[in-house]
Ligand binder design. Structure first.
Ligand code: NAP
Ligand code: MG
Length: 502
C-alpha cells in the first residue's frame, strides 16, 4: 500500500479541494469532550478506497481507554444537563442547524462517502447525504412533541408520566450507508436529550468524522456527541460492555448482535438491534412483469447488494419462472459496473477485500450446490478494486446455503414456487425477517401475503428505500426494537410514573 499523501497526489485530482484537505489532515482523530484527540495508545488504522485499493487516510484506533474517556465526557455532559435539560425549542434549532450544515457540505460529504465506501457518487448525492439531512430535520421536529400522559388514577391522587432521556447511548453502526446510519441513531438520541458515543465501522469512518466537525460547528455542548473510531473487538466491544453506558443501539450482523446482547447483560443496558436479512421478493404470475423485473434487480443489486433489506431470494411462480429469469438476467447485464465517480456507473465495488472474498466464496458455493449461474459469477476489473459482476443464480432450492445465508453482495437467487401457500411457506422458511416484497395485480392476495410474511417491512408492487417517517426493524433473528418514525423515541426514552397526593 502506498502512503496516503502520495495517493492524494496520484489519486484523485478531480476531488474537491475541501475533500483533499480533509484527507490530508491524517491521522484522523477521536472526538471526545468537544476536542479532537489521538487514541491513547497512539495506534492508527488505514481506511481504503475499495475502487482503487489505495489508502485514503490513517484513522485513530480507539479502544477501551478511549471509550472510558468518552463515557466520562458523555456522563458529565448528561448530568450537567446543558443539552438534556435544554428547552425543546432550542434543541430543535440545533438539530435543524446540523441538517443545514449537512446540506451546505453535501458535495463534500458525497465525495467522501463514495471514496470510503465505493458507492456511485450519483447515489451518495441523491440518497445518502440528503437522507441524512432529512433525518436530522425530521427528528428536530420531535423535540417539541415528546409527551407524557395524565392517568385516571384514584381521585385523591394526581398521576402522570414523564418520558425522559435514557442517558449515555452507545451507537455502533455498519459500513453500507455510513453517514445515514449515523444520522438514524444520533438524530433521535439527541432529540430525546441523551448524550452519545458513536462507533463508525472501521471500513468507512470518514463521513462520521466530518459529521463530528459539523456538529461542533453547530455549537452543541461539549461531550454531547463523542466519536470513537476503531475496531469491533476493542472500541465496539468496550461500548457494549461498559458499565456506565445506559443504552446500546446496534446495526450490523446477526452474529455481532448476539455478542452485543451478551455483553449488555453486565449492567442490563437497554439494547436495540437492527441485524441481517435474507429478504424474499415474491413475484406472482399476474404481476406487472417489467416492473417486477426492473425493481427486483434494483432490490438486489443496489449498493452492490450491501443492503440489509436486499431482496436476495426471489420467488417466481411456476409458469413464468423461465421467462422471469431471462428478463432478470437481461436487466442485470445492463447494469454498468465501474468507477464510482463516473456518472454512468450504477454499481461500484464491494466495500472491502474481506467482503469481496466472502462474496466470491459464496458464488463458488452456489455452483457446488448445483445452482445454475445465469449471469455473472465472477470478479470484474483488471487487478484493482473489489468489483464483482451482478450475479444471478437460477434453479435455486430454498434449502441451499446461498438461499439461507446472508451474502451481502450482488448475488440473486431465483427460486420457483407453486402457489400462494407455497410462496408464503418458502418466504418464511428463514431465520431472518427484515423485509419482503410482493408483486401481483390481485389486491386481496397482495395484502394477504403482506400479513402472512414474517418481516418488519413489506412492499407491495414497489421498490425503494425506507422513509424516516416509518418504522424499520426485524422479526426473528433480524433483531428487535424499531427505528425511525415515532418508534425511535421509544428506544431513546424511558417512562417515569409520578403520583402526587391531592
Ligand atoms: P458487523 O461486522 O456486525 O459490524 C457492525 C459494527 O459492529 C461495526 O462498527 C463493527 O466494527 C462493530 N463490531 C464488530 N464486532 C464487534 C464486537 N465484538 N462488539 C461490538 N461491536 C462490534 O457488520 P458489518 O459487516 O459492518 O455490516 C454488515 C451487516 O450489517 C450485514 O449482516 C447487514 O445485514 C447488517 N446490516 C443491518 C442493517 C439493519 O438495519 N438491519 C443495516 C445495515 C447493515 P468493525 O467495523 O470494526 O468490525
Ligand atoms: Mg474505506
Amino acid at each position: 500500500m502506498s502512503n496516503p499523501a502520495s495517493v492524494i497526489e496520484s489519486g484523485v485530482n478531480r476531488l474537491m479541494s475541501s475533500v483533499r484537505n480533509f484527507l490530508q489532515t491524517s491521522p484522523k482523530k477521536l472526538l471526545i469532550r468537544g476536542r479532537w484527540v489521538p487514541a491513547r495508545s497512539g495506534r492508527t488504522f488505514e481506511t481504503v478506497n475499495p475502487a482503487t485499493e489505495e489508502v485514503l487516510a490513517l484513522v485513530a484506533e480507539g479502544d477501551k481507554a478511549d471509550v472510558d474517556e468518552a463515557v466520562k465526557a458523555a456522563r458529565q455532559a448528561f448530568e450537567e444537563g446543558k443539552w438534556s435539560k435544554m428547552g425543546p425549542h432550542e434543541r430543535t434549532r440545533y438539530l435543524l442547524k446540523i441538517a443545514d450544515l449537512i446540506e451546505e457540505n453535501a458535495d463534500e460529504l458525497a465525495e467522501l462517502e463514495t471514496l470510503d465506501n465505493g458507492k456511485p457518487l450519483s447515489q451518495s448525492r441523491a440518497m445518502d447525504i440528503p437522507k441524512a439531512a432529512e433525518t436530522f430535520r425530521y427528528y428536530a421536529g420531535w423535540c417539541t412533541k415528546i409527551y407524557g400522559d395524565t392517568n385516571p388514577s384514584d381521585p385523591s391522587l394526581f398521576n402522570y408520566t414523564l418520558r425522559e432521556a435514557v442517558g449515555v447511548c452507545g451507537l455502533i453502526i455498519p459500513w453500507n450507508f455510513p453517514l445515514l446510519m449515523a444520522a438514524w441513531k444520533i438524530a433521535p438520541a439527541l432529540a430525546c436529550g441523551n448524550t452519545v458515543i458513536l462507533k463508525p465501522a472501521e471500513q468507512t469512518p470518514l463521513t462520521a468524522l466530518r459529521l463530528g466537525e459539523l456538529i461542533l460547528e453547530a455549537g452543541l455542548p461539549e461531550g454531547e456527541v463523542n466519536i470513537i473510531t476503531g475496531l469491533g473487538p476493542g472500541a465496539g466491544s468496550s461500548i457494549a460492555e461498559h458499565a456506565d453506558i445506559d443504552k446500546v443501539a446496534f446495526t450490523g450482523s446477526t452474529d455481532v448482535g448476539k455478542l452485543i446482547l451478551h455483553a449488555s447483560a453486565a449492567n442490563l443496558k437497554r439494547v436495540s438491534l437492527e441485524l441481517g436479512g435474507k429478504s424474499p421478493n415474491v413475484v406472482f404470475r399476474d404481476a406487472e412483469l417489467e416492473d417486477a423485473v426492473s425493481n427486483g434487480a434494483r432490490g438486489v443489486f443496489y449498493n452492490s447488494g450491501q443492503v440489509c433489506t436486499a431482496r436476495t431470494r426471489i420467488f417466481a411462480e411456476r409458469g413464468i419462472y423461465e421467462n422471469f429469469v431471462d428478463k432478470f438476467v437481461k436487466a442485470s447485464e445492463k447494469l454498468t459496473v465501474g468507477d464510482p465517480f463516473d456518472p454512468g456507473t450504477k454499481m461500484g465495488p464491494l466495500v472491502s477485500k474481506e467482503q469481496f472474498e466472502r462474496v466470491v466464496n459464496y458464488v463458488e458455493l452456489g455452483k457446488q450446490e448445483g445452482a445454475r449461474v445465469a449471469t455473472g459469477g465472477k470478479p470484474l476489473g483488471a487487478n484493482k478494486g473489489y468489483f464483482v459482476a451482478p450475479t444471478v443464480f437460477a434453479n435455486v432450492d430454498n434449502r441451499m446455503r446461498i438461499a439461507r445465508e446472508e451474502i451481502f453482495g450482488p448475488v440473486a437467487a431465483i427460486i420457483p414456487f407453486k402457489d400462494e401457500h407455497d410462496a408464503v411457506l418458502q418466504a418464511n422458511d428463514t431465520i431472518y425477517g427484515l423485509a419482503a416484497s410482493v408483486w401481483t395485480r390481485d389486491i386481496g392476495r397482495a395484502h394477504r401475503v403482506a400479513r402472512a410474511i414474517k418481516a418488519g417491512t413489506v412492499l407491495i408492487n414497489c421498490q425503494g428505500g425506507s422513509d424516516v417517517i416509518s418504522p424499520m426493524g426485524g422479526y426473528k433473528q433480524s433483531g428487535f426494537g424499531r427505528e425511525l418514525g415515532v418508534h425511535s423515541l421509544e428506544l431513546y426514552t424511558q417512562v417515569k410514573s409520578v403520583y402526587c397526593k391531592l
